[in-house]
Design a protein around this ligand. Structure first.
Ligand SMILES: Cc1cc2nc3c(=O)[nH]c(=O)nc-3n(C[C@H](O)[C@H](O)[C@H](O)COP(=O)(O)OP(=O)(O)OC[C@H]3O[C@@H](n4cnc5c(N)ncnc54)[C@H](O)[C@@H]3O)c2cc1C
Length: 435
């Protein structure tokens, strides 16, 4: 069976939803997601979303993003992201998203690597606030349909274009979705790691599928480790202690409860300092103290963190918590241009799955929700402009549902493929370093 639609989007995180909402309403959009619609990393974002505050802030914001990315960023992408940030925030407010405000207007917080506060937030559940409102708006649209528990197994493509997807639903039925345009918004790859802040089902499937069809990837070994997740011996997703906690004054301490690093340095630098300290101390964690943050502020700005730590047996208003670095974000991905177009015609990639070079070698805190939405909107705009210019015909013989009957085997193969590609890219990088 093959269903037909104008646009198919894989993923219901911020990138997929923002893209869907910007596709012209006369086009039919079908979104699919592997799990429940609200099980995406976008829902987990705590800290916030960056916004250019005013013209004077441009140089500082640009430099902070480039410095955090070790100047490996694509400067045109950075420029587009920063200049689009106010418009994205305006649209979010229009969708009903509530950011912290006081009598003077929007309130900004600060995180590591930022030279000034420029991050909007909603308590410590900014991702949930943004993504749930996007989802509500998408559900109101007549032209957008969502299939949950429906996994992309492959692309329907040849070397000249992408014509849609092969998918499998909850009932284990395999079917095709033929579309004029296909958008991959599948998030990162944290599910491949033992310790990660990501949902376990986010395993970089789009990368494996891209490799299968020789679609260009970039920086597949650029993985961000978050310096502070709550230390736990239990298996599963690691709970993030947002960087804005350090932005508001929390400090890192060694075994003897002495400070050992400037907590507001970029993530990779703080992570390295923590790893070195853990080794020196012979401990599997370091301490984070929130003592300098007023108790009221902890309860109002970080209620989710406060509650979660209480459940784990720590009262952050009275005591230090043990923290450890964990895999958090993927800077590399499917290579795209400024319109999020991949190397395969009629295929787009947006959000964490894609790489437009905005983050360089290391993402600046709170740039990812913004980047996801800025470039998702650009993909949608181009798709809207190009609609109707390509042939609706799909070449014969591309659809072979029987090839996907061993689902477990396929999942394992995809995960193996991505792990191997990361290792090989890492080896190449080491080989190219001077002695
Ligand atoms: C704990 C945590 C805190 C964070 N805090 C912040 C923050 O404060 N600020 C910030 O800017 N960023 C933050 N981030 C990063 C940010 O949340 C993500 O980078 C961003 O939301 C990615 O959005 P996305 O839409 O690309 O992917 P996601 O939101 O991860 O969505 C991916 C979607 O793809 C679907 N999918 C994947 N594979 C398949 C498949 N094979 N078939 C069908 N569907 C599939 C998933 O089910 C999901 O719906 C945080 C991330 C985490 C994990």
């Amino acid at each position: 069976m093959i269903k037909k639609t104008d646009v198919v989007i894989v993923g219901t995180g911020a990138a997929g939803l923002f893209c869907a909402l910007h596709i012209p309403p006369e086009l039919e959009v079908l979104m699919i997601t592997k799990d429940e619609v609200d099980k995406s990393d976008s829902f987990l974002a705590q800290g916030g979303i960056c916004m250019l505050r005013d013209d004077q802030d441009y140089d500082g914001y640009f430099e902070d993003t480039m410095r955090a990315g070790h100047y490996e960023n694509d400067s045109a992408s950075v420029d587009v992201m920063i200049r689009s940030s106010q418009q994205v925030v305006k649209e979010l407010l229009g969708y009903g998203v509530e950011f912290e405000q006081d009598e003077e207007g929007l309130v900004f917080t600060r995180e590591g690597g930022h030279s000034r506060p420029r991050i909007l937030f909603h308590k410590d559940v900014t991702g949930r606030e943004i993504t749930s409102k996007l989802l509500e708006r998408a559900r109101e649209r007549d032209n957008i349909k969502i299939y949950d528990h429906t996994m992309m197994l492959d692309l329907l493509c040849d070397t000249s274009a992408c014509y849609g997807l092969v998918v499998c639903n909850r009932a284990k039925e395999i079917f095709g979705i033929q579309a004029e345009y296909t958008v991959l918004a599948c998030g990162g790859l944290g599910g491949l790691y033992k310790h990660s802040t990501n949902f376990r089902h986010i395993t970089g499937d789009a990368l494996a599928i891209a490799l299968r069809h020789d679609i260009e990837l970039e920086h597949i070994n650029y993985i961000q480790i978050h310096p502070t997740t709550l230390y736990s011996e239990k298996p599963g997703r690691r709970f993030l202690i947002s960087e804005s906690v350090r932005g508001e004054g929390a400090i890192l301490l060694n075994k003897k409860k002495e400070r050992f690093v400037d907590e507001l340095l970029p993530r990779d630098v703080v992570t390295q300092a923590i790893h070195q300290q853990m080794e020196k101390d012979g401990m599997p964690y370091v301490w984070l103290s929130l003592e300098k943050i007023p108790q009221e502020e902890i309860r109002s700005h970080f209620p989710n963190i406060y509650q979660k730590c209480l459940e784990e047996g720590y009262d952050v208003t009275r005591e230090c918590i043990p923290v450890v670095p964990a895999q958090h974000y993927f800077m590399g991905g499917i290579k795209v241009n400024l319109s999020s177009r991949t190397s395969l015609p009629r295929l787009y990639a947006v959000g964490e799955t894609s790489c437009n070079g905005v983050h360089g070698a290391n993402r600046l805190a709170s740039n990812s929700l913004l980047e996801s939405m800025v470039f998702a909107e650009r993909a949608a705009r181009e798709i809207g402009l190009q609609h109707g210019t390509v042939s609706e015909r799909m070449p014969e013989g591309l659809y072979h549902p029987e090839a996907y009957s061993d689902l477990e085997g396929l999942r394992e193969e995809y995960q193996r493929t991505v792990r191997k590609a990361i290792r090989e890219a890492e080896d190449r990088r080491k080989d190219s370093r001077p002695e």
